[in-house]
Ligand binder design. Structure first.
Ligand SMILES: *Cc1c(COP(=O)(O)O)cnc(C)c1O
Length: 379
């Protein structure tokens, strides 16, 4: 029996039950359910929180990624078939979004220390068709944005960010600016989660924000006038109201996650378990998940069983990298590059990583119990 689940969403939301019920009631009574005043307020507050001028609420994180790329095409900043560098070890949504926008994802190996795209490998992945980089802040740790912006600046590439796992992670000045646009997901398990699907694009670019908004609304700004072949991807009022109620607590949740991560890093002493690096600037990591590595797959699977036997839930992010998925089994040139990809670092990570509970609802006693179980693991 799992006594310490990997993540218990009921427990995550329970302390805010009254505020969430009030939010739901207010929306139901308002009679306005899509893209109304709650959405507008949440867009403003969340964009400001991220240090950006504009926020556009959309249906989910995948749409946020896809629409920021599509809008860049509609504005002539990218064109169909352009190549976009993406990390080889990410959730498949990142890669799917590039394809969905009509662009070509070119996979780049991660840095073993940070789990994020390796800036030293960007140059080798570039071709004459390369026009952008879509960085992912995997597990809640910011990618090396300073190196990525510098590289992109030298080559005239656009930079985008997939921040679906990194709400509240910021570079020193609290702003991850300089990128063309940043996509967020508010899927219920994220650091800031809705009670359903939701997403947002934040940007300093008024034109880009306007086109993302149109694309998510059938390509229309003026009712029944369709400038683009858009989609239906809008942020529900009820989700925006929930997110408005939760946003003020995000920093304190992330602080608690950092506290738990720091305890794991200092108290887990098992030589089989390789701990993640804590970045020098603590604000660059919000520990969406706490991921450790084992020497090989068999040991990883054994640790998962061991923790399960102690009633501790774990998850693997992600057991199969995108290029090994059936969806990309017949990846040909023009869909995913290179055509027969081989990414030993990303593949070894998929075989050896495991994530242990780190959510803000864990008690100190539970954290101690998890540390004890990790230290007692033998193989
Ligand atoms: C969750 C996630 C997404 C997709 O978000 P959805 O809201 O589920 O569409 C994209 N990228 C990463 C890295 C994610 O973790």
């Amino acid at each position: 029996m799992i006594r310490i689940p990997f993540l218990d969403l009921k427990q995550v939301n329970a302390p805010y039950m009254d505020a969430l019920k009030d939010a739901a009631t207010a929306v139901v009574e308002s009679g306005w359910y899509i893209r109304g005043s709650y959405c507008e307020r949440f867009e403003k507050e969340f964009a400001a929180y991220c240090g950006y001028a504009y926020g556009v609420g959309v249906g989910n994180g995948l749409d946020a990624l896809t629409l920021m790329l599509r809008a860049s095409i509609e504005l002539g900043r990218l064109k169909p078939g352009d190549e976009i560098l993406v990390p080889a070890n990410t959730y498949i949504a990142t890669v799917l979004a590039v394809n969905a926008a009509g662009l070509v994802p070119v996979l780049v190996e991660p840095d073993e220390k940070t789990f994020n795209i390796d800036p030293t490998k960007l140059a080798a992945a570039c071709s004459e068709k390369t026009r952008g980089i879509l960085a992912v802040h995997l597990y809640g740790r910011l990618a090396d944005m300073r190196s990525i912006w510098k590289f992109a600046g030298e080559r005239g590439l656009l930079v985008f960010e997939d921040a679906a796992q990194s709400h509240g992670a910021f570079l020193g000045d609290r702003k991850i600016a300089k990128s063309a646009a940043v996509a967020y997901s508010f899927y219920p398990t994220k650091n800031l989660g809705a009670l359903g699907d939701a997403g947002m694009v934040v940007t300093d670019d008024a034109e880009l924000a306007r086109v993302v908004r149109m694309l998510g609304n059938y390509g229309s700004e003026q009712k029944y006038e369709n400038r683009y072949r858009g989609v239906n991807s809008r942020l529900d009022e009820i989700q925006a109201a929930f997110l408005l109620a939760k946003l003020p607590h995000l920093d304190s949740w992330n602080a608690r996650r950092r506290e738990i991560a720091a305890r794991y890093c200092s108290e887990v002493k098992n030589p089989l378990i390789r701990l993640p690096e804590i970045p020098a600037d603590l604000h660059e990591h919000v520990w969406h998940v706490f991921t450790v590595r084992l020497p090989n797959r068999a040991t990883r699977d054994a640790l998962q069983k061991h923790l399960e036997s102690r009633g501790i839930g774990t998850l693997v992010f992600y057991p199969i990298p995108p290029h090994r998925q059936e969806a990309y089994a017949e990846a040909l040139e023009g869909t995913l590059l290179p055509a027969s990809p081989n990414f030993p670092i990303a593949e070894t990570m998929a075989d050896t990583v495991i994530s242990i509970p780190v959510s803000q609802v864990l008690t100190d006693v539970q954290v101690s119990e998890i540390i004890g179980a990790l230290n007692e693991f033998v193989c």
